[in-house]
Write a protein that binds this ligand. Structure first.
Ligand code: NAD
Ligand code: GLY
Length: 358
């Protein structure tokens, strides 16, 4: 089992990454001094696969466990579902020393964190992420939230978990496309922070695609280390943390304009990363070699790298302008200077985007 510390003063916590360690979560939790009443939040898909193992581990350690299942899907990351969670917690009499356990992907992690941050003005929560995306990104760093009909992730809070407990064996049941989507975020860490990780992905493609245990452990550990380091330096995204949004300015607009149906998140980010690398080259911040290297890696993992046809420059610009990342009318782009280093740039003009799409 690997341990990574997220250093945030009194909000510091550990990420544990193991293989087959789901059943050990009960013993681990005993170290925290939570009250006996705790709740497991999951969805029917994940619960069917891992719910029993986790529930048994918790009950065997003496916890009085409430279970709340939210239907599977991004559309259920909503205030309505949060209210259902609050109702179940109140009925089960969870108190201020209780903890919530999120068992699932980013949807379950985000909504559980949000419910934890607001129930009785804030109780503890634990992340047990079961998708690659959640293991390398969403379970770490404390961004929690739900969607609003007018915008994704628009309602939320910063609320750090007390523990992140990763079992890489859960990836064995993850649909292939979801796994590849998570790899999009791993590639992102290589571009923004770690050229060696980028090279590792290139050199170990087959092992990763075969879910080789050592290779998975390496990429998850390295991704968590990088995210932990960035979040420790800038928890609330007043500066550095924004580099985690590489590929997301265009990627998020692509998701919005395709109605969140055509692409998974990491797929849209892959397209965004390729276009934003091209933009960097067009603006003279990097040569043409880096965008080509990135496109090759993305293509080799079977992720999309090109803008879907039919997206107009005007609608793309409009979508980027109403994004949370646009402040004071200025679009913020994270642009690679070379693999392993990026800068945040807010001088992009609509004309640059027009040229890029052409
Ligand atoms: P998800 O939670 O919808 O999970 C994807 C699918 O995989 C679901 O159908 C789920 O039931 C299923 N699944 C989960 N684990 C499984 C397993 N081990 N075996 C089989 N099936 C499994 O999607 P996601 O990609 O994990 O997360 C996306 C969400 O994360 C979005 O809502 C996004 O906004 C959020 N997100 C948050 C942050 C953050 O910092 N908080 C960062 C990135 C993304
Ligand atoms: N997923 C981006 C962040 O956590 O800041």
């Amino acid at each position: 089992v690997e341990k990574i510390r997220v250093a945030l003063d009194e909000r510091s916590y550990d990420i544990f990454i193991g293989e087959g360690n789901l059943k050990e979560i009960g013993g681990k939790l005993s170290e925290f001094g939570f009250s006996d009443k705790i709740a497991l939040i999951s969805n029917p898909t994940v619960y069917e696969l891992y719910g029993e193992t986790v529930s048994k581990a918790l009950r065997d350690s003496g916890y009085d466990l409430a279970e709340v299942l939210i239907p599977d899907g991004e559309e259920y990351k909503s205030l309505d579902s949060a209210e259902e969670i609050y109702t179940s917690l109140l009925k089960a009499k969870l108190d201020r020393k209780s903890a919530l356990i999120a068992l699932g992907g980013g949807v379950i992690g985000d909504i559980t964190g949000f419910a934890a941050s607001t129930y009785m003005r804030g109780i503890d929560f634990i992340q047990i992420p079961t998708t690659l995306l959640a293991q390398v990104d969403s379970s770490v760093g404390g961004k929690t939230g739900v969607n609003h009909p007018l915008g994704k992730n628009m309602i939320g809070s910063f609320w750090q978990p007390r523990l992140v407990w990763i079992d890489t064996l859960t990836l064995n049941t993850l649909p292939r496309r979801e796994f590849l989507s998570g790899l999009g975020e791993v590639i992102k860490y290589g571009v923004i922070w770690d050229r060696e990780l980028f090279s590792y992905l290139d050199a170990n493609r087959n092992k990763i695609l075969e879910l080789d245990a050592k290779a998975l452990m390496h990429i998850i550990r390295r991704s968590c280390e990088i995210k932990a380091e960035i979040v420790s330096k800038d928890e609330r995204e007043s500066g550095l943390r924004a580099i985690l949004n590489y590929g997301h300015t265009i990627g998020h607009a692509v998701e919005t304009l395709t109605g969140y149906k055509k692409y998974l998140h990491g797929e849209a980010v892959a397209i965004g990363m390729c276009l934003e690398a091209e933009l960097s080259s067009q603006l003279g911040f990097t040569g043409s070699n880096e965008p080509a290297m990135l496109k090759n890696l993305i293509d080799s993992f079977g992720l999309p790298s090109e803008m879907p046809s039919g997206i107009q420059t005007g609608e793309l610009l409009l979508s980027m302008q109403i994004d949370k990342k646009t402040v004071g009318g200025k679009m913020h782009f994270v642009l690679p200077e070379k693999i392993g280093r990026v800068k945040v740039y807010s001088g992009t003009e609509p004309e640059d985007i027009r040229r890029l799409l052409e």
